[in-house]
Ligand binder design. Structure first.
Ligand SMILES: [Zn+2]
Length: 323
C-alpha cells in the first residue's frame, strides 16, 4: 500500500459573472485546474511525483484571484491543460490500486469527488482518505486550530524548497510532514482525532485537565452557559452541583469559569461553544484542577476585571500583598 499526498488548485467563477449563475448537473465548489501528488511509501519514504494541468470545461474564465494566488495563467491552461477525463485516467494509473490519500485540510477530496461526479467519472477509488492536519494535531503538542501548511512546516523544522500554492509544491511539502508522522498509528486513530476535532477539543487540553465532555442542543449561548454554571456544573470528584463564579470570554467563542464544590474545592471550567447544523449550540467542556496553569490564567483575568476596584491591577496587587 502507498500513501498518495494530494493537493489541488481549483477555479471558481467570478461572483456575479455569467459562469456564477450557471446551473450545473452536480454542484461543485470549484473546478479543478491543477493536481499535484507525491507518493509516500508504506515505510514512509517520499517517492515519485505527479502533476497535471486541467483545462476547465465549466468555468472557463480563470478567476483573477485564483490566478494571482496560484500563478497559473488562463493561456497556460489553454496551451497545456488536458481534459478532465484524460487527467483523471493518468492520475489514477499513476496512483495504482492499493492507495490511501492524504490531504492538508478537508476540502481537496470533497472537491475531487464533486468534480468526478460532475464529469460522470467513477469516484470510489478516492474513498480512502485522511486529513493529515488531524493526524498532525493528534501527534504534536496540538494547539486548537487547524494549522496552515506553513506553520506545520515550521514546527517540524522543514524548509520550503518548492513554491507555495502550487499543487505539486504544496503536496511535496505536505509529504515531508507526513513522512515525519506515524501514519499507521495516525490513520488507525483517525476516528478519535476526528471526533475531537468535531467536538472542538482538537486533542489539545492543557496539563491539569481532569475531564472532557460534550453537551448538545442548547437554544443559544445564554442557555448553554446557564446550564454549564448550573445543573451541568458537577464536581468531578463527587458529582454534586458546584457553584460557579463568573464567566470570562476568551477568543474563539470560549469561556472560562471557576467553580467550587464545598467538599472538594475549586475547579476551572473551560467551555467552547459551536453552532450545530440546525442553529442550536454545542458545548465542549474541559474541567481542570485549581492548581493548573489554566486556573491561574483565570485568576489573573479575574483580578484584572474586578469591577469593584478601579485601580490598575499592578497597584492593587501591591496593596493587597503587603510585604
Ligand atoms: Zn465534590
Amino acid at each position: 500500500m502507498d500513501y498518495i499526498v494530494l493537493d489541488m488548485e481549483w477555479n471558481q467563477p467570478w461572483p456575479g459573472s455569467p459562469s456564477a449563475r450557471k446551473v450545473l448537473p452536480v454542484q461543485i465548489r470549484g473546478e479543478i485546474i491543477q493536481i499535484g501528488a507525491v507518493r509516500v511509501t508504506e515505510d514512509q519514504q517520499v517517492a515519485d511525483e505527479f502533476q497535471v494541468l486541467i483545462l476547465p470545461k465549466y468555468y472557463r474564465r480563470l478567476n483573477r484571484r485564483v490566478s494571482k494566488l496560484t500563478g497559473i495563467k488562463e493561456s497556460q491552461l489553454k496551451e497545456n491543460g488536458v481534459p478532465m477525463e484524460e487527467a483523471m485516467a493518468a492520475f489514477r494509473e499513476w496512483c495504482g490500486e492499493d492507495v490511501v490519500f492524504l490531504t492538508w485540510g478537508f476540502d481537496d477530496i470533497t472537491i475531487l469527488r464533486e468534480n468526478l461526479r460532475l464529469y460522470g467519472l467513477e469516484e470510489n477509488w478516492v474513498s480512502r482518505w485522511f486529513n493529515a492536519q488531524m493526524i498532525f494535531n493528534a501527534q504534536t503538542d496540538g494547539s486548537t486550530a487547524q494549522k496552515s501548511l506553513k506553520s506545520a512546516m515550521e514546527i517540524f523544522g522543514i524548509e520550503a524548497t518548492r513554491p507555495a500554492h502550487d499543487a505539486l509544491g504544496d503536496a511535496y511539502h505536505t509529504a515531508l510532514i507526513c513522512a515525519k508522522l506515524d501514519l499507521q498509528k495516525g490513520t488507525a486513530e483517525y476516528g478519535d482525532a476526528l471526533k475531537s476535532h468535531v467536538n472542538g477539543f482538537h486533542g489539545a487540553e492543557l496539563p491539569g485537565c481532569l475531564d472532557r465532555k460534550v453537551f448538545y442542543d442548547y437554544a443559544d449561548k445564554r442557555a448553554a452557559l446557564t446550564a454549564m454554571s448550573g445543573k451541568e456544573n458537577k464536581c468531578p470528584t463527587c458529582g454534586r452541583q458546584m457553584l460557579g463564579s463568573r464567566w470570562f470570554a476568551q477568543p474563539g467563542r470560549r469561556y472560562m469559569d471557576l467553580a467550587a464544590c464545598p467538599d472538594h474545592g475549586k475547579f476551572l471550567i473551560r467551555v467552547r461553544l459551536s453552532e450545530q447544523a440546525d442553529g442550536t449550540v454545542r458545548v465542549s467542556r474541559l474541567t481542570y484542577e485549581a492548581t493548573s496553569e489554566a486556573a491561574q490564567t483565570y485568576a489573573r483575568r479575574a483580578e484584572k476585571a474586578d469591577p469593584e476596584d478601579p485601580r490598575p491591577s499592578s497597584r492593587r496587587r501591591r496593596i493587597r500583598k503587603p510585604e
